[in-house]
Design a protein around this ligand. Structure first.
Ligand code: PLP
Length: 455
């Protein structure tokens, strides 16, 4: 307010502006339908107009999507892109799915939000449906708004339940960016001086049972937190046997097991949760990303041995009406269109094709390195400048390495072939497409990789 009054005094017209501002009835001053250039924001043309900008923390691609349907994104210039990134594993049932749009739109006309102090039958419906579809019908659900928030609440629950304060996490893990979850994230660059004490979290190498058991044997750890499949670090799978043994040692030392399925859950790997491929049951499971197909929602699935205490956890927006219908629509479409088995089928196809390209390209590379039988690279008709390797993943959560010409390949996929992919570090391409990806769309990607990866 003071700024608005003093600012017009900067020039002569300002006095008039100030006068007209004071004389303007409040109702008109605050009427947002008035054009923005109202009398009290007159500007000295010799001064630059201050305009609030976006805090520049994201390196942006020069592409602006304006609409999207299924696995296709259309940009402001009318160019269509195949989406093999899903906005970072968020788009589970496909962009703008008609059932999802209808559900959210209808709810918006009824009630979008009220606080968690009243009954909300949509929350109960969602918990019931999620319990059935995920295979955890007797668990309970705490609803929040994002992945990091889900992990914060899981960590708190574990500490409340055990009375212990330490957490064991794994090398290269990513669990979010808020205080507790960033403390469990193995990346000091995103951990600020304001964080948990370094003693609170211990990192041990993934799949190292001995180091894990040695830490847990101290009986000082409230929980172990582990991703179903490490995503941000570049699609790194925990060994099945390691997960089974991890469950055993957690039970042995009264430590809770938190499975972070924020990226690997919601059907992405061909099971509802990635850990279900190994037959183990954790104590807490965190979810977000695919849960709302873009609508911000997260949750903690809580095993029956936890007792809820009023006031211990809470959130303003978590579990609001709109978020619940978005999440219900996701589960309904996943069931109706058998998207989990589609993720398995299309994922198997992609993995097999990528694997055969990587084998072929490694043969070509070996040939090019050979000195005795084949001509040197410079004399070959199609010189090998790149190849893919290290193909890995489960279902539609796939990673592979492009050692020599990584930025070129990813940029070429995007700008020449019009295919969105994800990245991890400097060498890894990540595929996290909508679970509705068809075999034809998967083949389109394979053909593009074949034409680009060895050229
Ligand atoms: N946990 C995992 C495994 C993730 O991949 C992410 C995000 O990439 C998070 C937690 C944090 O989720 P959010 O960005 O919704 O806070």
């Amino acid at each position: 307010m003071i700024y608005q009054i003093l600012r017009p005094l900067q020039n002569k017209r300002g006095l008039f502006s100030l006068f007209s501002y004071i004389c303007t009835p409040m109702a008109i001053q605050t009427n947002l339908k008035q054009p923005l250039k109202s009398s009290f924001i007159t500007h000295n043309s010799s001064l630059p107009i201050p305009i609030m900008s976006i805090f520049d923390v994201y390196p942006l691609l020069d592409i602006e999507p304006v609409s999207a349907h299924g696995c296709t994104i259309t940009d402001i210039n009318g160019i269509d892109y195949l989406d093999l990134y899903g906005g970072h594993a968020v788009i589970s049932i496909g962009h703008s799915h008609p059932h999802y749009v209808e559900r959210v739109e209808k709810q918006l006309h009824k009630i979008g939000f009220y606080s968690n102090m009243v009954q909300n039958r949509l929350q109960k419906e969602l918990a019931h449906k999620l319990g059935v579809v995920s295979g955890y019908p007797d668990w309970s659900l705490f609803l929040c708004n994002s992945g990091t928030e889900a992990n914060e609440n899981a960590l708190k629950l574990a500490a409340f339940q055990t009375g212990r304060e330490r957490i064991l996490a794994f090398s290269s893990a990513f669990h979010g960016r808020t205080a507790g979850s960033v403390a469990c994230t193995d990346n000091s660059l995103i951990r600020s001086p304001f964080s948990l004490s370094p003693d609170s979290v211990t990192f041990v190498p993934l799949n190292d049972l001995e180091a894990t058991e040695e830490a847990l044997a101290t009986k000082r750890y409230a929980a172990v937190i582990i991703e179903g499949i490490q995503g941000v670090s570049g699609i790194v799978l925990p060994d099945d046997h390691f997960l089974q043994e991890l469950r055993r040692v957690c039970t042995q030392y009264d430590t809770l097991l938190i499975l972070d399925e924020i990226q690997s859950g919601y059907g992405r790997t061909g099971a509802f949760f990635a850990h279900q491929h190994t037959g183990i049951e954790p104590d807490l499971i965190t979810v977000a990303k695919g849960m709302g197909n873009g609508f911000p929602i997260g949750g903690v699935l809580i095993s029956p041995h936890f007792k809820a205490i009023h006031g211990q956890l809470g959130t303003t927006f978590g579990g609001n009406h709109l978020a619940c219908v978005a999440a219900l629509a996701v589960l309904e479409v996943m069931e109706a269109e058998s998207l989990i088995s589609n993720a398995q089928k299309t994922g198997d196809f992609l993995l097999a094709q990528l694997f055969s390209i990587s084998v072929e390209s490694s043969v070509i590379c070996n040939v090019s390195n050979s000195t005795s039988f084949f001509p040197p690279v410079s004399q070959m008709s199609s010189p090998v400048s790149s190849s893919i390797s290290g193909v890995r993943g489960r279902g539609l959560m796939i990673g592979f390495e492009v050692p020599s010409s990584y930025p070129t390949l990813r940029n070429d996929l995007l700008f020449k072939e019009h295919i969105f992919t994800g990245a991890a570090g400097k060498k890894t391409i990540r595929l996290l497409p909508p679970l509705s990806l068809s075999l034809a769309q998967a083949q389109q990607f394979i053909s593009s990789i074949e034409s680009l990866a060895t050229y």
